[in-house]
Design a protein around this ligand. Structure first.
Ligand code: ZN
Length: 181
């Protein structure tokens, strides 16, 4: 499968519009779209399927913006919308429940959603090292990294290159936290 550049860029523009004005939680307050671009770039550079790369660009729109699953299905088709749906938490549930569900549901996801979620965790772990949220103390950062590792355990086994990148990123995050107590 070849990557459709026009379709991919259309998704990038769609995500940029949807996330306009939103920033990441980290101290650097980067534009939110930087995160979804990074996730898509990680997927593309590790040979993920085109639908997963496009879903990577769109993966936080339903959870964090006014975009609906129906909007995505209409604009990008059922396959992409389905992958995004698999990567979207149910925000009506309490945060701790959502976090537990991410761990327990990870092994049941499709191969495309597993790769997307793994790339998402890689991006978030990098952010935890490079620009952690100012109001998160050391214990909370450690807890986050440990949880990301437990989710990732259920996502591995589809794409060896991505698995290896997660492992490297996870170890770097642990080492960084150990040095910055
Ligand atoms: Zn994300």
């Amino acid at each position: 499968m070849t990557i459709d550049t026009a379709e991919t860029l259309r998704a990038a523009v769609f995500a940029a519009h949807a996330h306009a004005g939103q920033t990441r939680k980290g101290a650097a307050a980067e534009p939110y779209v930087n995160h979804v671009l990074e996730v898509a770039a990680i997927l593309a550079s590790h040979g993920a399927p085109p639908a997963a790369i496009i879903a990577g660009l769109l993966h936080d729109t339903v959870e964090d913006t006014a975009v609906t699953p129906a909007d995505l299905a209409e604009a990008f088709g059922a396959e992409v919308a389905g992958i995004v749906a698999e990567a979207t938490d149910d925000k009506t549930l309490p945060k701790e429940t959502r976090k537990a569900l991410q761990v327990s549901q990870a092994p049941k996801k499709s191969d495309a959603a597993k790769q997307l979620k793994l790339a998402d965790k890689i991006s978030n772990l990098r952010a935890m090292v490079q620009s952690p949220p100012r109001n998160w103390d050391h214990a909370r950062r450690c807890e986050y990294v440990g949880w990301a590792g437990r989710v990732a355990a259920g996502l591995k086994g589809v794409n060896p290159g991505l698995d290896a990148l997660f492992e490297t990123t996870y170890r770097a995050a642990i080492a960084h936290l150990a040095q910055h107590e």
